[in-house]
Every structure is written in structure tokens, then in C-alpha cells.
Unconditional design. Structure first.
Length: 279
């Protein structure tokens, strides 16, 4: 798919008219702002780090395909900005200017290390653990948790016959990300199976705490984007939703911890993709 194949004519008309409230426009701007920075982070990590150390030819083929899809997602942001008359530089600076987005990006940066530094050695036990931490950070936390409230909000707009072009592009993006999560989860579990000594109780606890923190940050982001209830959504619903998503991610990589709520408050998302099957 290509984002430019999807008509934005009605979206442009709605954006320029009184069809959207300021709160609804905020959802679009915040979501595009987060996706702009995070898609670039994922793509860079894929090509500069993961591809270097994952040598299985079939996995490498998929990684290159994923990198192509990440570039499409970046193009989607640019296409939406151009269509709606948004300032691209302003959207791409959201990771600096919007505190709830900045917190998520900083968290990703703080729990990852530079595995391209000269002294990094993938052949040591600690090197393998460090590499695994990197993959978990991007596949489980960034793509698997941080994207999902934005997906739900934009798809909720589409369900109200608002910004349908944006929503259609998000449907394709969500389909791609679901495949990425499944692939990443497979690679993570294969690394653990082949190197069980790196999957210590201490490391499992560390990863669990990272998932817990990621869920907290995503809930805080939802409260920032939805200061008042709109679209049949309110910020409190995202507590349940992010607990539900967090449990799917924990389950996918064999961690025991579970969040209190395990109910999906947005069953209509099943019209787009079966989130219970993700990861």
C-alpha cells in the first residue's frame, strides 16, 4: 500500500470546516507528532543495530521489509501534514515540545544502550542480554505498547465518519505493526530459547518493570490527549486498554506478571485487527 493512494479530500474539507472540535483536532496532531518521531527511531534501530546482529537470511529479509514499511509510515505522516496544512517541522518536533511524548521517547532512550559502540561484543553473555534488551524495547514497548492508544483514538475518529482518510491509513499501519510485533516476539523467544542463561530472574524483573513503566507512560499520554471525553472515549478507558495490551505483551514473551484489568474496552477494534492475537 501507499499512503498517497488514499484520498484525503474529505479529511481536508472537515479539517477546514467546523466539522471537528478542537479536542478532535488535538487527537490528530498529537498522534501524528508521536508517530513522526517513533517511526524514525524504529527504522534507524532496525537498519543500524538489529540487522547487523541478526544473521538468519529469512529474518534479514523480513527486517528489510519492515524497514520499508516504517518508511511508508513516515510518508503517511508527511502526507497527512501536507494534506491538512500542518507544519511538518512542528509535528516532527513533538518529541521535544510535548511533555507526554517527550517522556515516552526519553524512556526508550534511557533503557537502550548503543550496541554499535566499538567495545560491544555480541558473543558475550552480557552482550547477548544487551542486544535482547534492545529488541524488547523496540518491538514490545515502542511498537507493542506506545503506538496503541494513538491507533485507537484515530480509528475512533473514523468510526464517527471523521478523518476517514487518516483512519484508513492507520488501518494499514496497524496491520503492519501487528506483523512487526509477531515477528519481534518470535525473535525474542528464539534468542531466549537458544541462550537461556541470559534470561535470568533479575533480567525478567527488569523487563517486567519496563513494561509496567511503559503502560503508565501511555496512560499519561492518553490523559494528555483526551483532557475531556470525545468520540465515545475517555482517558480512564485507556487504563483498562493499556493494561489489556500490556498483558498481551507480557504473555507473548513468557513473563508472569499481569496487570489488574484484562478487559478490552474497545471490542470494535476487532473490526480492524484481532488484538487478542497480537504478540
Amino acid at each position: 500500500w501507499m499512503p498517497t493512494e488514499i484520498s484525503m479530500a474529505k479529511d481536508i474539507e472537515q479539517w477546514r470546516s467546523d466539522s471537528l472540535t478542537n479536542d478532535e483536532k488535538l487527537v490528530v496532531k498529537r498522534s501524528l507528532g508521536f508517530f513522526a518521531g517513533s517511526e524514525s527511531l524504529v527504522a534507524n534501530n532496525l537498519l543500524l543495530s538489529i540487522f547487523k546482529y541478526v544473521t538468519d537470511p529469512e529474518c534479514r529479509q523480513y527486517i528489510l521489509r519492515q524497514a520499508y514499511e516504517e518508511s511508508l509510515h513516515n510518508l503517511t505522516v508527511v502526507y497527512c501534514c501536507d494534506s491538512l496544512g500542518l507544519k511538518i517541522d512542528e509535528v516532527y518536533q513533538a518529541y521535544n515540545s510535548i511533555p507526554s511524548i517527550k517522556s515516552k521517547d526519553e524512556f526508550l532512550m534511557n533503557i537502550c544502550t548503543d550496541i554499535n559502540r566499538p567495545e560491544f561484543n555480541i558473543n558475550t553473555l552480557e552482550g547477548k542480554r544487551e542486544f535482547l534488551r534492545n529488541i524488547i524495547t523496540y518491538y514490545v514497548i515502542c511498537e507493542g505498547i506506545f503506538f496503541f492508544s494513538g491507533f485507537a483514538m484515530l480509528l475512533a475518529l473514523g468510526r464517527q465518519n471523521k478523518m476517514q482518510g487518516v483512519a484508513d491509513q492507520i488501518k494499514y499501519t496497524l496491520r503492519d505493526e501487528s506483523s512487526h510485533i509477531k515477528f519481534g516476539t518470535y525473535v525474542i523467544n528464539q534468542i531466549i530459547e537458544q541462550n537461556p542463561k541470559i534470561w535470568t530472574k533479575a533480567f525478567q524483573q527488569e523487563v517486567t518493570e519496563h513494561v509496567q513503566k511503559a503502560v503508565q507512560l501511555e496512560i499519561a499520554y492518553a490523559k494528555d490527549v483526551l483532557p475531556r471525553g470525545i468520540l465515545g472515549l475517555n482517558a480512564e478507558m485507556f487504563v483498562d486498554y493499556m493494561h489489556y495490551i500490556g498483558n498481551r505483551r507480557l504473555e507473548g514473551i513468557g513473563l508472569e506478571y499481569r496487570f489488574e484489568s484484562n478487559k478490552n474496552p474497545f471490542p470494535w477494534l476487532g473490526e480492524v485487527v484481532d488484538v487478542q492475537a497480537m504478540g
